[in-house]
Design a protein. Structure first.
Length: 147
């Protein structure tokens, strides 16, 4: 079981306001609010008596992870699942690896599809006729791309 380090524990005096979090994280306030609304920041957010969001310093690490995970192709739902494992005191590296393996396979599929499309486009352009034969012009919209 993972224990929180002293830096993860926060007192009201070292909590950050949303503007401070936005400035340090580089994320818009609207995005931070959204992440909190969908539960991605729950262990690091408290509310002041007036209802203002007050963030533990650990939120910066959490936001950094969310940004990196999204840049690597993880969906917010996948990120939520990984953070859930983390919040239960477990290291979620196996879950992250599984998601990344899936993303890599999807990227390879996209590369293969784009390579096929590239070949098809090159083939069409290599046979391009600015003035197709008249008999083909009547039967089609653009004879160069229609078979």
């Amino acid at each position: 079981m993972r224990s929180d380090s002293p830096s993860d524990r926060s007192t009201p005096s070292n909590r950050l306001k949303i503007g401070q979090v936005a400035k340090v994280s580089g994320l818009p306030i609207k995005t931070i609010r959204y992440y909190e609304d969908i539960g991605l920041l729950s262990p690091t957010v408290a509310r002041s008596p007036a209802g203002y969001r007050l963030f533990a310093p650990a939120v910066l690490n959490r936001l950094s992870f969310i940004k990196r995970a999204q840049n690597l192709g993880l969906s917010l739902d996948e990120v939520r699942q990984v953070l859930g494992v983390h919040d239960q005191g477990q290291l979620p590296c196996r879950d992250v690896k599984d998601y990344l393996v899936e993303k890599l396979a999807a990227v390879q599929d996209q590369i293969n599809e784009l390579t096929l499309l590239q070949g098809e486009l090159q083939d069409i352009l290599s046979r391009w006729q600015e003035e197709p034969p008249l008999e083909r012009q009547d039967r089609t919209i653009c004879p160069n791309i229609q078979r």
